[in-house]
Design a protein around this ligand. Structure first.
Ligand code: CUA
Length: 343
Protein backbone atom coordinates (compact mmCIF):
# COMPACT_ATOMS: atom_id res chain seq x y z
CA UNK A 1 0.00 0.00 0.00
CA UNK A 2 1.11 3.58 -0.57
CA UNK A 3 2.87 4.55 2.67
CA UNK A 4 1.61 8.13 2.22
CA UNK A 5 -1.94 6.89 2.49
CA UNK A 6 -2.72 5.68 5.99
CA UNK A 7 -6.18 5.40 7.45
CA UNK A 8 -4.71 5.03 10.94
CA UNK A 9 -1.40 6.41 12.16
CA UNK A 10 1.18 3.95 13.43
CA UNK A 11 0.45 2.43 16.84
CA UNK A 12 3.38 3.14 19.15
CA UNK A 13 1.76 2.94 22.58
CA UNK A 14 -0.54 0.59 24.46
CA UNK A 15 -3.16 3.30 24.62
CA UNK A 16 -3.04 3.63 20.83
CA UNK A 17 -4.10 -0.01 20.49
CA UNK A 18 -6.91 0.35 23.04
CA UNK A 19 -8.15 3.54 21.45
CA UNK A 20 -8.08 2.07 17.93
CA UNK A 21 -10.09 -0.98 19.03
CA UNK A 22 -12.71 1.33 20.49
CA UNK A 23 -12.74 3.46 17.34
CA UNK A 24 -13.17 0.35 15.17
CA UNK A 25 -16.05 -0.80 17.36
CA UNK A 26 -17.76 2.60 17.02
CA UNK A 27 -17.19 2.64 13.27
CA UNK A 28 -18.39 -0.97 12.98
CA UNK A 29 -21.63 -0.32 14.87
CA UNK A 30 -22.27 2.87 12.89
CA UNK A 31 -21.51 1.20 9.55
CA UNK A 32 -23.67 -1.86 10.33
CA UNK A 33 -26.74 0.15 11.34
CA UNK A 34 -26.35 2.70 8.54
CA UNK A 35 -26.26 -0.13 6.02
CA UNK A 36 -29.16 -1.93 7.67
CA UNK A 37 -31.34 1.19 7.76
CA UNK A 38 -30.60 2.14 4.15
CA UNK A 39 -31.21 -1.42 2.97
CA UNK A 40 -34.52 -1.62 4.85
CA UNK A 41 -35.67 1.75 3.47
CA UNK A 42 -34.98 0.48 -0.01
CA UNK A 43 -36.54 -2.96 0.46
CA UNK A 44 -39.66 -1.63 2.21
CA UNK A 45 -40.10 1.13 -0.37
CA UNK A 46 -40.25 -1.47 -3.09
CA UNK A 47 -42.11 -4.17 -1.20
CA UNK A 48 -44.83 -1.99 0.35
CA UNK A 49 -45.24 0.51 -2.45
CA UNK A 50 -48.80 1.58 -3.25
CA UNK A 51 -49.90 -0.52 -6.18
CA UNK A 52 -53.15 1.24 -7.12
CA UNK A 53 -55.02 4.41 -6.25
CA UNK A 54 -57.68 2.43 -4.38
CA UNK A 55 -55.34 0.52 -2.14
CA UNK A 56 -56.01 1.07 1.58
CA UNK A 57 -53.72 0.08 4.44
CA UNK A 58 -55.27 -2.45 6.79
CA UNK A 59 -55.08 -2.18 10.56
CA UNK A 60 -51.53 -2.34 11.94
CA UNK A 61 -50.96 -4.01 15.33
CA UNK A 62 -48.03 -4.26 17.69
CA UNK A 63 -45.07 -6.55 17.36
CA UNK A 64 -43.91 -6.69 20.97
CA UNK A 65 -40.85 -8.96 20.45
CA UNK A 66 -39.67 -6.65 17.65
CA UNK A 67 -40.14 -3.53 19.78
CA UNK A 68 -38.27 -5.07 22.70
CA UNK A 69 -35.45 -6.13 20.38
CA UNK A 70 -34.93 -2.70 18.87
CA UNK A 71 -34.89 -1.12 22.32
CA UNK A 72 -32.74 -3.60 24.20
CA UNK A 73 -30.07 -4.29 21.54
CA UNK A 74 -29.17 -0.62 20.91
CA UNK A 75 -29.21 0.01 24.67
CA UNK A 76 -26.71 -2.80 25.16
CA UNK A 77 -24.50 -1.53 22.34
CA UNK A 78 -24.57 2.00 23.79
CA UNK A 79 -23.69 0.74 27.27
CA UNK A 80 -20.68 -1.05 25.77
CA UNK A 81 -19.64 2.26 24.15
CA UNK A 82 -20.07 4.07 27.44
CA UNK A 83 -18.15 1.68 29.71
CA UNK A 84 -15.44 0.97 27.16
CA UNK A 85 -15.05 4.66 26.34
CA UNK A 86 -14.92 5.59 30.02
CA UNK A 87 -12.25 2.99 30.74
CA UNK A 88 -10.04 4.20 27.85
CA UNK A 89 -10.64 7.79 28.97
CA UNK A 90 -9.55 6.98 32.53
CA UNK A 91 -6.50 5.16 31.22
CA UNK A 92 -5.53 8.21 29.14
CA UNK A 93 -6.11 10.74 31.88
CA UNK A 94 -4.32 8.99 34.75
CA UNK A 95 -0.53 8.85 34.38
CA UNK A 96 1.02 5.96 36.34
CA UNK A 97 2.83 6.95 39.54
CA UNK A 98 6.21 5.81 38.22
CA UNK A 99 6.00 7.92 35.07
CA UNK A 100 9.03 10.07 34.26
CA UNK A 101 8.25 13.76 34.13
CA UNK A 102 9.02 15.86 31.07
CA UNK A 103 8.20 19.53 30.82
CA UNK A 104 6.86 21.03 27.63
CA UNK A 105 6.64 24.75 26.90
CA UNK A 106 4.90 25.81 23.73
CA UNK A 107 5.51 29.21 22.18
CA UNK A 108 4.97 30.78 18.79
CA UNK A 109 6.24 28.73 17.00
CA UNK A 110 8.23 26.00 18.63
CA UNK A 111 8.10 23.27 21.24
CA UNK A 112 10.62 23.39 24.05
CA UNK A 113 11.02 20.22 26.08
CA UNK A 114 13.02 19.78 29.27
CA UNK A 115 14.15 16.62 31.01
CA UNK A 116 14.56 16.61 34.79
CA UNK A 117 18.24 15.77 34.27
CA UNK A 118 18.65 19.12 32.53
CA UNK A 119 18.57 18.27 28.83
CA UNK A 120 16.63 20.74 26.77
CA UNK A 121 15.39 20.13 23.29
CA UNK A 122 13.62 22.17 20.66
CA UNK A 123 10.98 20.53 18.46
CA UNK A 124 12.35 17.18 19.59
CA UNK A 125 11.84 14.82 22.47
CA UNK A 126 13.87 11.72 23.23
CA UNK A 127 12.22 9.14 25.48
CA UNK A 128 13.14 5.61 26.55
CA UNK A 129 11.18 2.63 25.32
CA UNK A 130 8.68 1.03 27.69
CA UNK A 131 8.66 3.73 30.33
CA UNK A 132 5.58 5.85 30.92
CA UNK A 133 6.24 9.53 30.22
CA UNK A 134 4.19 12.22 31.91
CA UNK A 135 4.14 15.58 30.16
CA UNK A 136 3.54 18.72 32.20
CA UNK A 137 2.77 21.40 29.66
CA UNK A 138 2.25 25.13 29.49
CA UNK A 139 2.43 27.90 26.93
CA UNK A 140 4.27 31.22 26.85
CA UNK A 141 1.75 32.95 24.63
CA UNK A 142 -1.38 31.46 23.06
CA UNK A 143 -3.14 28.11 23.15
CA UNK A 144 -1.27 25.36 21.32
CA UNK A 145 -2.03 21.66 21.23
CA UNK A 146 0.58 18.94 21.65
CA UNK A 147 -0.34 16.20 19.22
CA UNK A 148 1.52 12.93 18.74
CA UNK A 149 -0.66 10.76 16.51
CA UNK A 150 1.41 7.58 16.94
CA UNK A 151 0.71 7.63 20.69
CA UNK A 152 -2.84 8.97 20.27
CA UNK A 153 -1.98 11.90 22.53
CA UNK A 154 -3.45 15.31 21.82
CA UNK A 155 -3.73 17.80 24.59
CA UNK A 156 -4.14 21.56 24.73
CA UNK A 157 -1.20 23.60 25.99
CA UNK A 158 -2.67 26.64 27.67
CA UNK A 159 -0.99 29.85 28.86
CA UNK A 160 -1.25 30.38 32.60
CA UNK A 161 -1.86 26.77 33.60
CA UNK A 162 -0.35 23.32 33.53
CA UNK A 163 -1.98 20.50 31.61
CA UNK A 164 -0.88 16.89 31.81
CA UNK A 165 -0.81 14.09 29.30
CA UNK A 166 1.03 10.80 29.30
CA UNK A 167 2.03 7.93 27.04
CA UNK A 168 3.96 4.69 27.23
CA UNK A 169 6.02 4.13 24.09
CA UNK A 170 6.01 0.48 23.03
CA UNK A 171 7.95 0.71 19.79
CA UNK A 172 11.31 2.35 19.07
CA UNK A 173 11.32 4.83 16.24
CA UNK A 174 10.81 8.42 15.22
CA UNK A 175 7.30 9.81 15.36
CA UNK A 176 5.70 13.04 14.24
CA UNK A 177 4.82 15.82 16.64
CA UNK A 178 2.33 18.48 15.56
CA UNK A 179 0.68 21.57 16.92
CA UNK A 180 -3.03 20.88 16.56
CA UNK A 181 -4.46 24.26 17.48
CA UNK A 182 -4.28 27.16 15.05
CA UNK A 183 -1.88 29.53 16.78
CA UNK A 184 -0.76 32.06 14.19
CA UNK A 185 1.14 32.48 10.94
CA UNK A 186 3.64 29.68 11.41
CA UNK A 187 1.28 27.23 13.11
CA UNK A 188 1.89 24.68 10.38
CA UNK A 189 5.63 24.91 11.03
CA UNK A 190 5.25 24.08 14.72
CA UNK A 191 6.17 20.46 14.20
CA UNK A 192 8.84 18.10 15.41
CA UNK A 193 9.82 14.57 16.28
CA UNK A 194 9.49 12.22 19.20
CA UNK A 195 12.32 9.72 19.23
CA UNK A 196 11.79 6.51 21.17
CA UNK A 197 15.14 4.94 22.07
CA UNK A 198 16.05 1.56 23.58
CA UNK A 199 16.72 2.12 27.33
CA UNK A 200 20.50 1.69 26.99
CA UNK A 201 20.59 4.02 24.01
CA UNK A 202 18.53 6.53 25.94
CA UNK A 203 21.02 6.43 28.83
CA UNK A 204 23.80 7.13 26.32
CA UNK A 205 21.80 9.98 24.88
CA UNK A 206 21.22 11.42 28.36
CA UNK A 207 24.88 11.15 29.27
CA UNK A 208 26.16 12.75 26.10
CA UNK A 209 25.53 16.17 24.69
CA UNK A 210 24.06 19.21 26.34
CA UNK A 211 23.36 17.75 29.75
CA UNK A 212 24.04 20.88 31.81
CA UNK A 213 22.66 20.67 35.31
CA UNK A 214 19.43 19.20 36.59
CA UNK A 215 16.30 21.30 36.59
CA UNK A 216 16.21 21.22 40.38
CA UNK A 217 19.71 22.59 40.72
CA UNK A 218 19.10 25.30 38.09
CA UNK A 219 16.02 26.09 40.14
CA UNK A 220 18.07 26.34 43.30
CA UNK A 221 20.46 28.81 41.66
CA UNK A 222 17.51 30.87 40.52
CA UNK A 223 16.00 30.70 44.00
CA UNK A 224 19.20 32.19 45.39
CA UNK A 225 19.60 34.69 42.55
CA UNK A 226 16.09 36.04 43.09
CA UNK A 227 16.83 36.22 46.83
CA UNK A 228 13.84 34.06 47.68
CA UNK A 229 15.84 32.49 50.49
CA UNK A 230 15.97 35.79 52.37
CA UNK A 231 12.35 35.33 53.41
CA UNK A 232 11.70 31.62 52.77
CA UNK A 233 14.23 30.54 55.37
CA UNK A 234 14.91 26.97 56.26
CA UNK A 235 17.16 27.54 59.24
CA UNK A 236 14.80 29.58 61.40
CA UNK A 237 11.27 30.95 61.22
CA UNK A 238 11.24 33.53 58.44
CA UNK A 239 8.73 36.07 57.26
CA UNK A 240 7.51 33.61 54.65
CA UNK A 241 6.70 29.90 54.87
CA UNK A 242 9.53 27.37 54.97
CA UNK A 243 9.33 25.50 51.69
CA UNK A 244 10.92 22.28 52.90
CA UNK A 245 8.44 19.45 52.60
CA UNK A 246 5.93 21.78 51.01
CA UNK A 247 5.38 20.11 47.66
CA UNK A 248 2.49 17.67 47.64
CA UNK A 249 1.42 18.62 51.17
CA UNK A 250 -1.78 20.30 52.28
CA UNK A 251 -1.56 24.01 52.96
CA UNK A 252 -3.91 25.88 55.27
CA UNK A 253 -4.79 29.35 54.00
CA UNK A 254 -5.87 32.48 55.86
CA UNK A 255 -9.35 31.97 54.43
CA UNK A 256 -9.58 28.65 56.29
CA UNK A 257 -9.44 26.79 53.00
CA UNK A 258 -6.94 23.96 52.50
CA UNK A 259 -5.17 23.46 49.19
CA UNK A 260 -2.67 20.93 47.90
CA UNK A 261 0.72 22.38 47.01
CA UNK A 262 0.99 21.17 43.42
CA UNK A 263 2.62 22.69 40.34
CA UNK A 264 -0.26 25.09 39.75
CA UNK A 265 -0.17 26.30 43.38
CA UNK A 266 3.57 26.98 43.32
CA UNK A 267 3.28 28.76 39.98
CA UNK A 268 0.45 30.95 41.23
CA UNK A 269 2.28 31.73 44.46
CA UNK A 270 5.28 33.03 42.49
CA UNK A 271 3.30 35.08 39.96
CA UNK A 272 0.34 36.15 42.13
CA UNK A 273 1.59 35.84 45.70
CA UNK A 274 -1.51 37.51 47.11
CA UNK A 275 -3.93 34.98 45.64
CA UNK A 276 -3.50 32.38 48.38
CA UNK A 277 -1.96 33.49 51.68
CA UNK A 278 -0.76 30.75 54.00
CA UNK A 279 -2.38 30.92 57.43
CA UNK A 280 -0.20 32.81 59.88
CA UNK A 281 1.63 34.86 57.25
CA UNK A 282 1.24 38.34 55.77
CA UNK A 283 0.64 39.32 52.16
CA UNK A 284 4.15 40.79 51.75
CA UNK A 285 5.68 38.87 48.86
CA UNK A 286 6.19 40.87 45.65
CA UNK A 287 5.09 39.36 42.39
CA UNK A 288 7.69 37.84 40.09
CA UNK A 289 5.49 38.26 37.04
CA UNK A 290 7.68 39.46 34.18
CA UNK A 291 10.90 38.51 35.97
CA UNK A 292 10.68 34.77 35.48
CA UNK A 293 9.92 32.90 32.27
CA UNK A 294 7.80 29.76 32.03
CA UNK A 295 11.02 27.75 31.96
CA UNK A 296 12.31 29.49 35.08
CA UNK A 297 9.05 28.64 36.80
CA UNK A 298 9.48 24.96 35.94
CA UNK A 299 12.99 25.01 37.40
CA UNK A 300 11.76 26.68 40.59
CA UNK A 301 8.98 24.11 40.85
CA UNK A 302 11.47 21.26 40.44
CA UNK A 303 13.67 22.81 43.13
CA UNK A 304 10.73 23.09 45.53
CA UNK A 305 9.77 19.51 44.66
CA UNK A 306 13.28 18.39 45.50
CA UNK A 307 12.87 19.96 48.94
CA UNK A 308 9.81 17.83 49.52
CA UNK A 309 11.58 14.49 49.26
CA UNK A 310 12.25 12.56 52.45
CA UNK A 311 15.84 12.98 53.62
CA UNK A 312 16.07 9.18 53.61
CA UNK A 313 15.70 9.22 49.85
CA UNK A 314 18.46 11.81 49.63
CA UNK A 315 20.70 9.51 47.62
CA UNK A 316 18.89 10.29 44.40
CA UNK A 317 20.00 13.36 42.56
CA UNK A 318 16.74 15.18 43.04
CA UNK A 319 16.20 14.26 46.65
CA UNK A 320 19.62 15.43 47.81
CA UNK A 321 19.63 18.28 50.28
CA UNK A 322 20.84 21.22 48.21
CA UNK A 323 24.39 22.10 49.23
CA UNK A 324 23.32 25.66 49.94
CA UNK A 325 20.91 24.46 52.61
CA UNK A 326 23.27 21.84 54.00
CA UNK A 327 25.90 24.51 54.51
CA UNK A 328 23.55 26.49 56.70
CA UNK A 329 23.32 23.50 58.97
CA UNK A 330 19.71 22.81 58.27
CA UNK A 331 17.95 19.90 59.83
CA UNK A 332 15.04 18.93 57.67
CA UNK A 333 11.76 18.40 59.48
CA UNK A 334 9.93 15.21 58.55
CA UNK A 335 8.76 15.97 55.06
CA UNK A 336 5.29 15.19 53.87
CA UNK A 337 5.29 12.36 51.38
CA UNK A 338 5.50 13.77 47.87
CA UNK A 339 2.29 12.94 46.13
CA UNK A 340 1.45 13.21 42.51
CA UNK A 341 -0.89 16.11 42.14
CA UNK A 342 -4.32 15.01 41.05
CA UNK A 343 -4.81 15.71 37.40
CU1 CUA B 1 1.10 26.18 18.07
CU2 CUA B 1 -0.50 25.83 16.33
Amino acid sequence: MNPQFQLFPEQASATAVHLDHLTLYLLGVAAFFSTLIFALIFVFAVKYRRRSAHERVGEIGHALPLEIAWSVIPFGLMMIMFTWGASVFFEMSRPPDDAMNIYVVGKQWMWKTQHLEGQREINELHVPLGRPVRLTMTSEDVIHSFYMPAFRVKFDVVPGKYTTAWFNPTKPGKYHLFCAEYCGTLHSGMIGWIEVLEPAEYERWLAGGNAGESLASSGQKLFEYLACANCHRTDKPGRCPNLTGLFGSKVQLTTGETVTADEAYVRESILHPGAKIVAGYQDIMPTFQGQVTEEDLLQLIEYIKSLAKQPAQGATALGAIPPGLARRGTTLPPAAPAKNPKR
